[in-house]
Write a protein that binds this ligand. Sequence first.
Ligand code: FES
Length: 510
Amino acid sequence: MDRQPMGKATSLWLDTAPEVMFPMQSDPVEVDVAVIGGGISGITAACELKAAGRSVALLDAGRLLQGVTGQTTAKVTSQHTLIYTHLVQHFGEDKARAYADANQAAIEHIAQQAQARGIDCDLQRTEAWTWAETDEEVAQLHREAEAALRCGLPARFSESVPLPFPARAGLSFARQAQFHPLKYLLPLAQAIPGDGSHVFENTCALKVEQGEPCTVYTRRGTIRARDVIFATHYPFPDHSLYALRLRPYRHYLLTARLDGPAPAGMFINVQRTHSLRSYEGESGPMAIVVGEGHPVGEGGDTRARYQRLADWTRQVLPVAEITHHWSTHDHQSIDHVPYIGRLSPVSKHLYVATGFGGWGMTTGTVAGLLLRDLILGRENPWAEVFAPNRVNLAGTRDLMRLTFTIGKHWVGDRLRRQPPELAIGEGKVVAATHGQIALYRDEQGEMHAHSATCTHMGCVLQFNGAEKSWDCPCHGSRFSAVDGRVLHGPALEALARRELDEIEEVRKAG
Ligand code: FES
């Protein structure tokens, strides 16, 4: 893949976090609240509910924080590129202000928790910037500055941006923050077990029955709970069609050790094609750089994306060494506001938190605080703007586009027919006598054949060459190319194994 070394293939956070393990579920459990999903929203909700006197069971299908939260850039900011222009226009000023207040409160909550609990998580208060590269983008930043100020945010337009490369102008928010997400969240998770509360790893939830109480069926037994939170990107059951209302995106990240100071703060361009932040590593200043995003399953040559990101980083920063590279996954709601609240209009005890769109450090924290209040029966002024079952015309066009995209993949990908010749490290979907086969040749030359049909809702998978995975373009499930196991939901079941001679039959017939 690389012309120059790209460092370790893991996130900086996972590589530098302390090793903390939690048990698997071994017995049936009864609690007040079951929280499915061990990322920032699940851990924050569970921690807050426990602090409010509720017993909780937090469970994760794998290890806590190994999903999106472990792969983030960890910017803690209410500046979400140009969101306030959009919110004021499509949601109205009151809801735009509620969104701003919620995200500002999340920043302060994280800072307060770190201080109160004595958590050393490399938290640093700093500015967040969006930079413009064209006249049109400068005009957009002016409008965003005005909308943000109307929402009470600490926004400032400036023609001078503290970046070491040219930018036409920038919009800064003061007193935002950045941190090490695992160093912050692991101590919160460790505070949960005890007094009737639990944290379970490697405990996959398979089914949830709503009732009084609800029952969560896991691979390890049952959890009975008055309330259940889905903090898993896609909730199940999906009566409210979240699968049609979320668009999964993939992004590529790298960490570079610098020969000189890192730009002070957090930065993203208006187009959201590049973003970076500083980090003070043990061996000196570092930058974490993000870019090359694409809808899941539409990445083309994903190895080339890492290379382009590395080239860009070397162009704009004094790179001494690239130390880590990894990719991440996020889900965008169709109107760009997360879904946080009751799962459906008729759900009495099921709650959801999803659709953070790349801003999960603040909106995931908002989710934890808001769901705590909803479950405790407290009023919360943010509830309306994040209500999952809101009707908002702002998302109509995106909903139609997303439905078309999913339909295109569901039908169109079935019609592809490709020859099965594969180079080392390559994967292809090939036609077979029955259905299609996801075929992968590993680094040792061994072939691996699995069903190419996503086990979530049946879309045809696409090969991701950088990660050696099969990715679903519909809702973002990912599967190992070697053994077909689920790397990322919403799918729960691994890909079925297929036989290589099924492909041979087609080849002869063709
Ligand atoms: Fe939904 Fe694949 S069909 S993730």
